[in-house]
Design a protein around this ligand. Structure first.
Ligand code: COA
Length: 322
């Protein structure tokens, strides 16, 4: 018997119905489709409607991931939801999702690591599975950033969208190459003021808004992501040439292109959704994975490299063979 590993067994995603184009934003915000496309690659984003909450979107994505794997809610041991925009301080989004799915066992918790949340959650779930504490896990990113955006700040409002993505992990101890190879996490709180939310739950006299020094975040992003990508490949004795797919956090096409260039990966090996989804924070990687697995681009046996950077600053990478 070999050591336990986590297999990526199911994929799911949910995007709110309402699509907001750059042109629509430009009708009331001092911006333009040309500016947004040129600086970010974003053309549109989905925005939560009245019925869309962090819980409802997470549950929809989770259901799809379970269906993909042919699993039932009661097969799930752990539910981890990465979110910076929970509907409530507590109970956690994860336990609400348990209830929505009809789970009667297992455990769930939320994790806050901003846009790196999915990589962090994947790492935690992988550790639970490797240690034997869980035999399966739903790893979900669900975000409603439209709730924390300042409508008068064109520097941030145009960048984000809402949505949820999920991956279902199962444990295996059979010989083989498939599964999560390793995950690598970093944070540096000295950069906390580059990207933050200026309030907390309970401060109802002052709505909390996302604040960002975009230029500085950009400056950190390509360097930190490139070293994170080098770190995960070196840890597994692999090189850039072994990577079949880069599935990056979708913040900005220029950041994605910068990392892909360092990896010498051609654009057709990079999964991009930022043009249609904008930045959905912790949901962006599982949404991109779900899309590329379901449309047949990513196949079993492919080596998939994931990376993200977000508020904190937090950043990290993960390597998995499907
Ligand atoms: N529409 C039109 N003009 C805008 C604008 C908008 N939505 N937002 C900012 N501008 C203006 C600025 O006011 C500035 O004008 P000025 O020169 O008259 O002062 C000009 O565009 C350039 O602003 P700057 O911030 O230097 O642009 P940039 O090239 O750095 O691009 C970002 C801005 C936000 C797109 C870019 O810095 C970025 O992507 N940063 C990383 C952000 C990120 O990914 N965050 C999430 C990480 S998870």
């Amino acid at each position: 018997m070999t050591a336990k590993r986590s297999l990526l067994s199911g994929f799911g995603g949910y995007l709110p119905e309402r699509i907001v184009t750059n042109d629509e934003l430009a009708t009331w915000l001092d911006t333009s489709d040309e500016w947004i496309r040129a600086r970010t690659g974003i053309a549109q984003r989905h925005m939560a409607g009245e019925g869309d909450t962090a819980v409802s979107m997470a549950a929809q994505a989770a259901r799809q991931a379970l269906d993909y794997a042919g699993a039932r809610p009661d097969d799930v041991d752990a539910v981890i939801v990465a979110t910076s925009t929970p509907d409530q301080a507590f109970p956690s989004t994860a336990v609400r999702v348990q209830a929505e799915l009809g789970m009667t066992g297992g455990f769930g918790f939320d994790l806050a690591a901003a846009c790196s949340g999915f990589i962090y959650a994947l790492s935690m779930a992988d550790s639970l599975i490797r240690s034997g504490q869980a035999r399966s896990a739903l790893v979900i990113g669900s975000e409603v950033y439209s709730r924390i955006l300042d409508k008068s700040d064109r520097g941030t409002y145009v960048l984000f969208g809402d949505g949820a993505g999920a991956v279902y992990l199962t444990s295996t101890d059979e010989a083989g190459e498939a599964g999560i190879l390793s995950t690598h996490l970093h944070s540096d709180g000295r950069y906390g003021d580059l990207l933050f939310v200026d309030g907390a739950t309970g401060q109802h006299d002052k709505p909390a808004h996302l604040r960002m020094n975009g230029r500085e975040v950009f400056r950190h992003a390509v360097g930190k992501l490139s070293s994170s990508v080098d770190e995960v490949l070196a840890a597994n004795g692999l090189t850039h040439a072994d990577v079949n797919w880069l599935v990056p956090h979708q913040a900005n096409l220029r950041i994605i292109d910068g990392v892909a260039r360092k990896l010498a990966l051609p654009p057709e090996r990079v999964v991009v959704t930022v043009d249609r989804h904008a930045n959905t924070s912790a949901a962006s990687i599982p949404l991109a994975l779900n899309e590329a697995v379901r449309d047949g681009r990513i196949n079993r046996g492919d080596l998939v490299l994931m990376e993200a950077l977000g508020g904190g600053l937090t950043w990290g990478s993960a390597l998995a063979r499907l």
